[in-house]
Design a protein around this ligand. Structure first.
Ligand code: ASP
Ligand code: MG
Length: 426
């Protein structure tokens, strides 16, 4: 039985030294029945997005230049890990993956989302191939699994935001428990999956590797998932924006879902449910200081530390204010019409406020979706919008905590409950 899932994100494999650190952590735990889920190295996914854009929007030369950057980035990591002594077979394997990628980049006469998934998935395929080779050099035997054969999506996948077909996925993944041999570490890719016919790759949405870890954990009935991070656990604010952050030692699943919902970026929002459903413990632990205690997220509500307020900032928000053209009330019928359009367009409201004559809400800026929404609603409603805003949320709010953050900003909306205070700021 596989008991533990370890997820290593891009930052934890961003250069040769980081990979060596990963190998040391994994080596120490190799007999503990673990499966590794690993992301693309460093900012590779961003780089591949650029490569694809260049191939589609410009001529192939610009695309090739961008692709060469990705190749030389990985080459430098390979050099750092193996020097001149890389196994030739391994070199051929990596070159083969880059050739496949290059071939898929040529086929630009398909929808963007589809080609995105067929190409961007190589970030993870290449990263896990390098890591497998290095672990084997460190005498940590691994079994490399192609996640596209395990994370199976629904029949008509939404490319770039695929959802697993849980029955099919469980069927494939649960077999790994029977095949598992203690001491052999299973190694697979985060973020990517495949269609049931095995013909197409899909991705689960940016930052989706946490979700992959949760999918494997759920289907394997694992005991715990550890997300290895460059911070000491779940902090009460982003240390890049706030001074004096503190670690939250223990929170229940429900609180983690709330934090992810408001935009805390440390855990992908879809990650918690599959773990909560099976009571699988989630740990957030530092790969730089693996001896420090992790944050623990589980079903224990007694340990919800409400004395620690959390500060969550979501940039790049669009605020829309919608009112009926005939000056009727913003009643249930009007709300239904508006939210039906939002649901159809996959617009997720991060903050909602209603009054007698108006509905306001903000969502992650997306010009295409905004235009589509306006086209649907404009006959019945008048719509105003503001872009480039910030949504600021405080969980476990206490008087005055907002002051420093909002002091030089303009408040467009303020809304509070007993536990949560939110601002839309410009
Ligand atoms: N490599 C993917 C991304 O950068 C998935 C992940 O890291 O979770 O979005
Ligand atoms: Mg990541």
């Amino acid at each position: 039985m596989i008991k533990r899932i370890y997820k290593f994100g891009g930052a934890s494999v961003k250069d040769a030294e980081a990979v060596r650190n990963l190998a040391q952590i994994v080596g120490q735990h190799k007999d503990e029945d673990i499966l590794l889920v690993v992301s693309a190295m460093g900012k590779t996914t961003n780089m591949l997005e650029k490569v694809l854009a260049d191939f589609r929007e410009h001529d192939g030369n610009l695309g090739m230049e961008a692709l060469h950057e990705v190749i030389s980035y990985h080459d430098s990591i390979i050099q750092g890990l193996f020097g001149e002594n890389a196994n030739p077979e391994f070199g051929e394997n990596i070159a083969g993956l880059f050739i496949e990628l290059w071939e898929k980049l040529q086929k630009t006469d398909v929808p963007y989302d589809y080609q995105y998934d067929q190409t961007v998935c190589y970030g993870e395929l290449i990263s896990t191939s390098i890591i497998q080779e290095y672990l084997s050099k460190c005498e940590v035997p691994t079994r490399w699994l192609d996640a596209r054969k395990y994370v199976i999506t629904d029949i008509e996948p939404t490319f770039r935001a695929a959802n697993p077909d849980w029955d099919e996925t469980r069927l494939k993944i649960s077999k790994l428990n029977d095949e598992h041999i203690r001491g052999i570490v299973c190694l697979t890719q985060g973020f990517i999956g495949g269609t049931a016919d095995g013909k197409h790759s899909v991705t689960l949405g940016r930052e989706g590797s946490d979700f992959t870890a949760a999918i494997f954990a759920n289907c394997l009935d694992a005991e715990e998932v550890t997300i290895w991070k460059d911070v000491d656990g779940l902090l009460n604010a982003d240390p890049k924006r706030f001074a004096d952050t503190v670690k939250i030692p223990h929170i229940p699943y429900s609180e983690a879902i709330e934090l992810a919902f408001y935009g805390a970026s440390i855990i992908h929002p879809k990650t918690i449910k599959p773990l909560q459903n099976k009571g699988i413990v989630l740990k957030v632990q530092s790969f730089l200081r693996p001896d420090h205690n992790p944050t623990i997220i589980d079903g224990n509500h007694q340990k919800n530390d409400e004395s620690i307020p959390s500060f969550i900032v979501k940039d790049n928000q669009t605020l829309v204010s919608i009112s009926p053209r005939d000056y009727s009330f913003m009643d249930e019928h009007n709300l239904k019409t508006i939210f039906e359009v939002c649901a159809d367009l996959n617009i997720h409201a991060n903050m909602i406020q209603t009054s007698a004559l108006m509905l306001s809400f903000c969502f992650d800026s997306d010009k295409t979706k905004l235009k589509q929404m306006m086209a649907y609603l404009t006959e019945t409603f008048s719509i105003k919008y503001n872009e480039g805003l910030t949504l600021f949320t405080i969980r476990h709010y206490r008087e005055g905590l907002e002051r420093d953050f909002i002091k030089d900003k303009k408040i467009l909306v303020k809304q509070g409950s007993r536990s949560t205070l939110q601002f839309v700021l410009s």
